[in-house]
Every structure is written in structure tokens, then in C-alpha cells.
Design a protein around this ligand. Structure first.
Ligand SMILES: [Zn+2]
Length: 334
């Protein structure tokens, strides 16, 4: 899958990670130990191809200038991108949130910076980061799940990142949990992310409050405002039963999905990241309870279910980590 360069040369002990998100571009210089030695962040310009390219180059050039990094020590630039990508051609086919279409990220970076480039989707990159340096370190079977505006995952099975034929393996958010459920943008009904993503939690909260649920959040709705997830989390922590119920339900939906992943992959650890995990106080215990209650005991007992160790840096660190994978997507170190 990842062509060009097998083993990391000893003298090249640094890599650049680039995380292309919906609102920001994050470039970071990453050591062989997975430490962030320097980072530079700028806004992603949505829509205009030329602007996005200019911003990406600006971010990396600024990082190189700020850190005064020795180019000879840099093995390459690993890119984590949302959307549909082709890791072999190094093209971002379509990333709605970033506003990119048929974007030749590989050519752009290789031509302008004369460094090798590797590309992965963002959930897979984050999975690689957690696997090599984070909460899944030392394990051969790890599943990373990101819960933010959407839901995604990256799967490491028997010491290998599972990419699938189109780099789309692990589209966890679009597994069906209700065959006649809520209509999803993907065209299907009842996809997990329509129930458990940050967007879904928020929409459901506001809808239920408008319908007159009893909650300390009701005053916000009565002012004509929209309740945020931060407010839901704060209310839950202050004992608001409505908010607690909402977050627990999201955890139950995620838990049902996690059971399927454990049953499919017989994994050792499930690592959860993404913005919604900022509300882990109620969601994570609910996931664990659901898995323990409904999973096949022999398979779910002993599986570690825990929060990400790298947090919102998992993507950028994991992007650099792509240079620690060989052509079979196996880790070449640790
Ligand atoms: Zn869907």
C-alpha cells in the first residue's frame, strides 16, 4: 500500500506530519519517539484549490523555518486527510469538509519540498499514531475509533493496518444499526453516526428540548438559542438527568458498534478519540457497560476500552508514523 521506502534510514530521524482538517491545517515535526518537536497551524481555506495548496505549503514552510529543522534528517511528509483518498496515487479525491476535489497532494508536496510523501485517511493515520506511540502501543490488534462531527475508525489486525482496496476500510460511522432508521447523507438509513456523532447528539438534544423535555438546558432554548455539546456536557456533570440520559444513549449506540468490531476482529484494545470524547465521563462508561452486557463474553472480556493517549494530535503524529510502516502496512519499529 505505502510505496517508496521500506525501512527508515538511521540518519533520518524526523518526519513531518500534516493533518488536513475541516477548519485547520496542522503541520508538525515529529521525532522517532513520536514527540512533537514543533508545530504550525493555519486555517484551511474551503473551496478554492489554489488557496488550499498555498496554505498547505505555507504551513509546512513555516514549520521548517520555525524549527530550523535539518532537511537531511527528515524522511518525508505524512499526510492525514479527511474524505476519499487514494494513498498510492497520493490524491485526495473528495474531501467535502476541506473543500478539496481531485487534489494531487503528493505531487504538490514532492515538487515543492523535494521530500517523499505518504497519504492516509485521517482515522487510519490516527490509528497508526495510537498504535505506534499511544494507547495501543505494543499491541498487534488495536481499533481506533474517532467520534466527532462524524464517526470513523482505523483497524490494526494481526500487526497490520487494514486499508481495503480504496483506503476506505473502517468506515465505522456507516454501519447500519437500525434498518429503518434516520436517513444518512451516504444514502443509507440507520447509520451509527446518525445516532452517536457529536452532530447527532447535538441535533437530538435540541429537538427533544424543543419538544419540551425537562432539563436545566431548557432556558437556553427558551431564549431562542441552540444548545451546544459543551453545555450538554456541563449540565450532565451538574446532574441534569436529561443530559446524562442523552450521553449514555450515545454511549449505548457506540457500544453496540464496538461489540460488532470486537466480534469481527477479535481485538485486544479499542481506543476512542475525537472531540466527543471530551464528554467521555458519561459516554465511556456507557460504552463499556453495553459491551460487557451484550458482547460474547469470551470475546469481549479483557478487551481494553480506553481513551486516546494522543488526543487531538493523534492524526498529525500518526501521519508522520506512516513512515514507520513497511509496504505491508506493518510497523517497522517497536
Ligand atoms: Zn451513512
Amino acid at each position: 500500500m505505502f510505496l517508496g521506502g521500506n525501512q527508515m534510514e538511521e540518519s533520518k530521524d524526523l518526519a513531518i506530519g500534516l493533518d488536513l482538517g475541516g477548519t485547520k491545517i496542522l503541520a508538525a515535526l515529529i521525532s522517532r519517539q513520536g514527540e512533537i518537536l514543533g508545530e504550525f497551524e493555519c486555517k484551511t481555506s474551503a473551496g478554492e484549490k489554489r488557496d488550499a495548496a498555498a496554505n498547505i505549503l505555507f504551513a509546512i514552510n513555516s514549520l521548517l523555518a520555525d524549527t530550523a529543522a535539518d532537511r537531511n534528517r527528515i524522511i518525508g511528509i505524512g499526510v492525514a486527510s479527511a474524505g476519499i483518498i487514494d494513498s498510492e496515487q497520493k490524491i485526495i479525491h473528495y474531501a467535502k469538509n476541506i473543500g478539496l476535489k481531485n487534489f494531487p497532494i503528493g505531487t504538490l508536496l514532492e515538487d515543492n519540498l523535494q521530500l517523499p510523501v505518504r497519504l492516509s485517511n485521517d482515522a487510519n493515520a490516527a490509528a497508526v499514531g495510537e498504535w505506534i506511540w499511544g494507547a495501543g502501543r505494543g499491541k498487534q490488534n488495536v481499533i481506533y475509533i474517532t467520534v466527532s462531527t462524524g464517526v470513523g475508525s482505523g483497524i490494526i489486525s494481526n500487526g497490520q493496518l487494514i486499508t481495503g482496496i480504496h483506503d476506505s476500510a473502517g468506515e465505522f460511522g456507516h454501519i447500519t444499526i437500525s434498518h429503518d432508521g434516520i436517513l444518512c447523507e451516504c444514502g443509507n438509513r440507520g447509520c451509527l453516526e446518525k445516532y452517536a456523532s457529536g452532530t447527532a447528539i447535538n441535533e437530538r438534544a435540541n429537538q427533544l428540548l424543543k419538544n419540551g423535555e425537562t432539563s436545566s438546558l431548557l432556558s437556553i432554548i427558551e431564549k431562542g438559542l441552540v444548545v451546544t455539546n459543551k453545555e450538554i456536557d456541563a449540565a450532565a456533570k451538574q446532574g441534569d438527568l436529561f443530559s446524562i440520559r442523552l450521553l449514555k444513549e450515545a454511549g449505548e449506540y457506540l457500544g453496540m458498534g464496538v461489540i460488532s468490531l470486537i466480534h469481527l476482529f477479535n481485538t485486544e484494545a479499542v481506543v476512542l478519540g475525537g472531540g466527543v470524547m471530551n464528554m467521555a465521563a458519561f459516554i465511556l462508561p456507557s460504552i463499556k457497560e453495553t459491551v460487557a452486557k451484550y458482547g460474547i463474553p469470551k470475546m469481549v472480556n479483557g478487551v481494553e476500552i480506553k481513551e486516546s493517549a494522543l488526543g487531538n494530535k493523534a492524526g498529525v503524529i500518526g501521519a508522520a508514523g506512516l513512515f514507520y510502516l513497511n509496504n505491508d502496512a506493518q510497523v517497522t519499529m517497536n
